[in-house]
Ligand binder design. Structure first.
Ligand SMILES: *[C@@H]1O[C@H](CO)[C@@H](O)[C@H](O)[C@H]1NC(C)=O
Ligand SMILES: *[C@@H]1O[C@H](CO)[C@@H](O)[C@H](O)[C@H]1NC(C)=O
Ligand SMILES: *[C@@H]1O[C@H](CO)[C@@H](O)[C@H](O)[C@H]1NC(C)=O
Length: 198
């Protein structure tokens, strides 16, 4: 009886340890599935014009904060932003932690039909990385400015006093949910290589 109890306790302890030690899912390594996920991500990033930028920049020791912001990628895969230091995402940008992520849902495009926003077949993408200020005179700065003002024509009415500046999300990881099963993590390299189809 004592032996049985011990075995049982050991089994429970092992199961608990396994549950806490390993993540709830593992990403596929199948190149075709990863390429399809990367393509879905690039298409959603290009088709959307806004998303939620989460950062831990605002107010020291505060909770992670999600902020709905306009962006444009100009077809490049890199999200560009036009932000003021009055914005929550950038308030602590230069002094603290610039790690940020951009989350998008296909639901916002109106193309998920009767699906619930949370259903995996309604594509969801989170790009994680670092929010970086761009030099507006650099090639990338000029590209970012052009695509932002093209995609968001009303930016030209923003008050100069708020000192809007160009930023980009330098992507370090790509999370994609584009079907049933586990989320997928295509590499940034794979994500970048995707050619958008018109
Ligand atoms: C972040 O910004 C807020 C508001 O400006 C300020 O009170 C706080 O001290 C800043 N935190 C850091 C780490 O700079
Ligand atoms: C999508 O890419 C095209 C260029 O291929 C670009 O003109 C358009 O602005 C992009 N859309 C967004 C939201 O960046
Ligand atoms: C960004 O583009 C707008 C619209 O074309 C233009 O008025 C503005 O001068 C540009 N800003 C920079 C820094 O190039």
């Amino acid at each position: 009886m004592a032996v049985l109890a011990f075995v049982l306790i050991f089994a429970i302890a092992t199961a608990t340890a396994t549950a806490t030690a390993s993540p709830a899912y593992t990403s596929t390594t199948d190149p075709k599935e990863l390429a399809a996920a990367a393509a879905a991500a690039r298409a959603l990033v290009n088709a959307s014009s806004w998303g939620v930028v989460s950062s831990i920049n605002y107010l020291e020791k505060s909770s992670p904060f999600g902020n709905a912001l306009s962006y444009s990628d100009g077809g490049s895969g890199t999200p560009y932003f036009y932000l003021t230091l009055l914005d929550m995402a950038t308030a602590n940008f230069s002094r603290a932690d610039a790690r940020s992520s951009l989350s998008l849902s296909e639901y916002a495009l109106g193309t998920c039909g009767t699906l619930d926003p949370q259903e995996p077949t309604c594509v969801k993408v989170t790009l994680s990385g670092v929010l970086k200020k761009l030099d507006q005179e650099s090639e990338e700065g000029k590209f970012a400015n052009a695509t932002l003002f093209e995609r968001h024509p009303r930016f030209k009415f923003l008050p100069p006093v708020a000192k809007f500046q160009l930023y980009k999300l330098e992507i370090k990881s790509v999370f994609v949910l584009n079907g049933y099963g586990e989320p997928k993590f295509p590499s940034v390299k794979m994500y970048r290589k995707i050619k958008l189809v018109e």
